[in-house]
Design a protein around this ligand. Structure first.
Ligand code: UT7
Length: 321
């Protein structure tokens, strides 16, 4: 019995913001951003809600599948439209997913990997036939647009995958997730609570703060560890993997992962140029691009690998159907 990915989809907001646009807002320039990150432009939500993006990507992933067959919806996000109801509950309602249990999960940029890990376990334990795992972010709403160290990196979007429990398929071959304590608070976003009459703490701004070089060093180590461990668990080598779908945080991190695994960069699905870093949505959007590219054949082994705030990291190896 295995859990297979039977559909993928993605959705981007209409507005595309290029590096030149940002160089009018903060002291930066197009070439610096391209050289240090690989990013040329990103999409920013103006009229789209996170729910719009999540639902559009989920509809693409579902195609004409029976909506009543979805038993589980997990939405990975750090930027939900609201705290209650959860994005999962909102997606369930908007898509009439009558039979779904729905909730959100926050594992920052590793969120989609954690979502798949959760879904696989629950599907196998509870006999859930189909699940929808979504990564969605409107990071533009928690970005400090005056901080050139972060605002040039992030973007908005959503990606989805439909998972199915099958008796006769392998699907997910191995998985690994890990939390590392962020002892120096290298990647944080506060909650913007109101002041209460009972506590002295002052309201904080809900901005993403990042010590870029520190997170970069963590990312390079964590991505390598996650990749090594899923391969070991599966008893295969990096050469056996047909395509890699990494978190899209920085082109240099993706290049270092390719070098470490001694794999050509062409095996890595990269869309950071046009999306930037969309946290939990980065991997499912890149996965949707790969699956739609026509390159993937049944039986191909694919690795998704991510890392991010928390600190967190993880990887999933699966066989395409
Ligand atoms: O998805 C979650 C995980 N996130 C990540 O993985 C992000 C990891 N980190 C990064 O991708 C990189 O650290 C950044 C892209 C954020 C920054 O690149 P960097 O090569 O680490 O630059 P830096 O922060 O070490 O700064 C180098 C120089 C500094 O100037 P000095 O001190 O050398 O004069 C910065 O002030 O570049 C300067 N700088 C900029 N210059 C132009 C920093 N940001 C910018 C900018 N434009 N936007």
């Amino acid at each position: 019995m295995g859990v297979v990915i039977i559909g993928t989809g993605k959705s981007l907001p209409e507005l595309k913001v290029d590096n030149t646009h940002l160089s009018k807002m903060v002291e930066t320039d197009n070439q610096w951003i391209i050289d240090r990150t690989g990013i040329e432009s990103r999409h920013i939500a103006t009229k789209e809600t996170g729910l719009d993006l999540a639902v559009n990507s989920a509809k693409e992933a579902m195609g004409d599948l029976d909506r009543n067959s979805i038993g589980l919806v997990i939405v990975a996000t750090v930027s939900p439209d609201m705290l209650v109801p959860s994005m999962g509950a909102l997606v369930k309602r908007a898509m009439n997913l009558e039979n779904a249990i729905a909730y959100d999960l926050n594992a920052a940029c590793s969120g989609f990997i954690y979502g798949i890990w959760n879904a696989e376990a629950l599907m196998k334990t509870h006999g859930i036939k189909r699940a929808l795992v979504i990564g969605v972010e409107r990071l533009s709403r928690i970005t400090n647009w005056e901080d050139r160290g972060t605002c040039i990196i992030f973007g908005d979007g959503a990606g989805s995958a439909v998972l199915e429990l099958k008796d006769d398929k392998t699907g997910i071959i191995s998985s690994f997730i890990k939390n590392y304590d962020d002892i120096s608070n290298s990647l944080t976003a506060d909650m913007q609570y109101l002041k209460t009459p009972f506590a002295d703490d002052e309201p904080k701004e809900q901005f993403l703060h990042m010590n870029g070089p520190q997170v970069f060093r963590f990312a390079v180590g964590a991505i390598g560890e996650a990749m090594d461990i899923v391969l070991q668990k599966a008893g295969i080598t990096a050469n056996d993997v047909k395509y890699y779908v990494p978190h899209q945080a920085n082109m240099r991190i993706i290049q270092s992962a390719a070098q470490r695994m001694k794999q050509p960069i062409e095996k890595f699905q990269v869309n950071i140029q046009t999306t930037g870093n969309v946290s939990a949505a980065s991997i499912p959007m890149a996965l949707a691009d790969l699956m739609k590219s026509g390159k993937v054949n049944s039986g191909d082994i694919i690795m998704m690998v991510g890392f991010g705030g928390g600190l967190s990291a993880g990887a999933i190896l699966f066989e395409a159907v």
